[in-house]
Write a protein that binds this ligand. Structure first.
Ligand code: NAD
Length: 270
């Protein structure tokens, strides 16, 4: 390669990264009113004014809190992802607002712990409906827009989706299925320029325990057990998970697809 073509390559790269920095990117984050979803919405918004985040959740108040400090960059959208027609409505509203969709983060999730003997049909169906059916239908609704933007889907799984743990079988199975969906979509959607990845958090400090109906004593016992099973010896922060989501969704991760990225203090490999 001679000096002239080296220089033109460099110019092309500079131009490409310049365009990349100013091109609008529109991100949908579900379950963005609390915990990991809130910090993920904020981490995307903190990237700059070219990023617009549609923060999806069931209640307006926590979503407004997520958006506080990011006027115009984080826009709440009140929706229950399991509702009939909700996936299509979320995508339609995003396209009406911004005309494009680049990143879908399937983060909304619920835990209904219990051992075999404790389950009800409603309980099992609500875990699968929120953690598996909703992300699948939202991915499907977003497909044309993501194909157009050559976008990215990031699914939020869990460290316990990859191991055997007591008293969380249906939740773990819902996330293991979401990881399988991630790998299958990565292969299926690669020809359309769409990347698909998952992040598998370990024990992270969020209100998920309270949302799952755990009392203070149960939560304290759970925390102690989780720390004992985490080589780094602590509970993680939602920002640490958000960092991984943003990295996987970034244009610099252009050769990454089909992975499940652990953010778990080493819990999986212990
Ligand atoms: P969280 O309870 O704070 O967040 C979940 C959010 O999803 C909540 O805001 C909730 O209101 C929302 N949500 C639930 N059902 C919804 C629905 N039908 N429609 C719209 N929104 C809905 O807990 P979190 O820890 O931030 O959880 C985020 C994701 O991370 C979940 O998928 C969870 O399974 C996963 N995760 C969490 C941990 C952890 O230790 N915190 C570990 C592994 C995986």
């Amino acid at each position: 390669m001679n000096g002239e073509s080296n220089e033109s390559n460099e110019n092309r790269e500079n131009n490409a990264s310049g365009e990349e920095a100013t091109r609008q990117r529109v991100v949908v984050v579900t379950g963005a009113g609390t915990g990991i979803g809130r910090e993920t919405a904020r981490a995307f918004a903190a990237q700059g004014p070219q990023v617009r985040v549609v923060a999806v959740g069931r209640r307006a108040e926590p979503l407004a809190e997520t958006a506080a400090g990011y006027p115009g960059r984080i826009e709440p959208l009140v929706a229950d992802v399991t509702g009939p027609g909700a996936p299509e409505a979320i995508v339609r509203e995003t396209l009406e607002r911004y005309g494009r969709l680049d990143v879908l983060v399937n983060n909304a999730g619920i835990v209904r712990g219990g051992g075999l003997g404790d389950f009800t049909r409603d309980g099992v169906e609500s875990v699968l409906g929120t953690n598996l059916v909703a992300p699948v239908l939202l991915g499907q609704a977003a497909l044309p827009a993501l194909a157009e933007s050559r976008g990215v889907i990031v699914n939020i799984s869990t460290a316990i989706g990859q191991r055997g743990w007591p008293r969380d079988s249906v939740y773990a199975a819902s996330k293991a299925a979401l990881e399988t969906v991630t790998r299958c979509w990565a292969v299926e959607l690669a020809p359309r320029g769409i990347r698909v990845a998952a992040v598998a958090p370990g024990a992270i400090e969020t209100p998920i325990g309270e949302h799952s109906g755990y009392g203070p004593e149960q939560l304290a016992a759970l925390r102690e057990w989780q720390i004992g099973h985490t080589p780094l010896g602590r509970i993680g922060r939602a920002e640490e998970v958000a960092w991984a989501v943003v990295q996987l969704a970034s244009p610099q991760a252009s050769f990454v697809t089909g992975v499940v990225f652990s953010v778990d203090g080493g819990a999986l490999v212990k």
